[in-house]
Design a protein around this ligand. Structure first.
Ligand SMILES: CC(C)(COP(=O)(O)OP(=O)(O)OC[C@H]1O[C@@H](n2cnc3c(N)ncnc32)[C@H](O)[C@@H]1OP(=O)(O)O)[C@@H](O)C(=O)NCCC(=O)NCCS
Length: 161
C-alpha cells in the first residue's frame, strides 16, 4: 500500500468511498456540517492506493477555536471495507498528522470512537473545553497535540477558518 498526496482525479472514487463508509445520512452529522463550506487543506489531503486502486482517504479542514487559528478538524477518514484491517486508516492518520505538524499546525480535533483513535494518540478532550456548533457526544470529542502543550492554549467554540 502507498500513501501519496490526493490529486483531482481521486475525487469521484473518494465520493464513492464516503458513500460506502458513512452512508447518505453523513451530511446531517455535526462534524460534516462544520466542514460544509470549508475548504479541505489540499496540502494535507492524502490518498492510500494498493496496486493503483484507491483504497483509503484522509482530509483535514482548517478551523478556528474561539477565533484562534492553528487547529484542524481531521476527517473524513475512510478505508474501503474490503481493504480494512491493513493498518491503512492508521497509516493515513499518522502521515497526515506528521504533515500537519511539519506545516506548523498546533492541534487536531475529531469527533469519533476513542477505542480506534487512541491508537493514533488521540485523547478525550476535558468536558466542555472545546465546543462544536451542534449536538456532539463529549466522550467522542478527541484531540491530538501536534505541538507540546497545545490543548491548553485552545478553548471555546469551533468555527470555520
Ligand atoms: C475506521 C476505519 C477508517 C479504519 O480503517 P482500517 O484501515 O480498517 O483500520 P486499521 O487497519 O488502521 O485499524 C488498526 C487497528 O484498529 C482497530 N480498529 C478498527 N476500527 C476500530 C474501531 N471502530 N474501534 C476500535 N478499534 C478499531 C483494528 O482492528 C486494528 O486493530 P489492531 O491494532 O489490533 O490490529 C475504516 O474501518 C472505515 O473507513 N470505517 C468506516 C468509516 C468510519 O466509521 N470512520 C470513523 C470511525 S469512528
Amino acid at each position: 500500500m502507498k500513501i501519496r498526496p490526493e490529486i483531482r482525479a481521486d475525487a469521484p472514487q473518494i465520493e464513492r468511498l464516503h458513500m460506502e463508509a458513512f452512508g447518505p445520512g453523513r451530511f446531517a452529522k455535526t462534524a460534516y456540517r462544520v466542514r460544509e463550506g470549508g475548504d479541505f487543506v489540499q496540502a494535507l489531503s492524502l490518498t492510500a492506493t494498493h496496486e493503483e486502486r484507491l483504497v483509503g482517504s484522509i482530509r483535514f479542514t482548517q478551523i478556528l477555536i474561539d477565533g484562534k487559528e492553528g487547529a484542524l478538524l481531521l476527517g473524513p477518514l475512510a478505508v474501503f471495507r474490503d481493504y480494512s484491517g491493513h493498518r491503512c486508516g492508521l497509516r493515513l492518520m499518522n502521515a497526515g498528522l506528521d504533515l500537519a505538524r511539519d506545516q506548523g499546525y498546533e492541534l487536531a480535533l475529531l469527533v469519533g470512537d476513542i477505542a480506534y483513535y487512541e491508537k493514533a494518540g488521540f485523547k478525550v478532550i476535558p468536558s466542555a473545553q472545546i465546543l462544536m456548533p451542534g449536538p456532539v457526544d463529549m466522550a467522542r470529542m478527541l484531540s491530538f497535540e501536534l505541538q507540546p502543550g497545545a490543548l491548553e492554549r485552545f478553548a471555546g467554540m469551533v468555527s470555520l477558518g
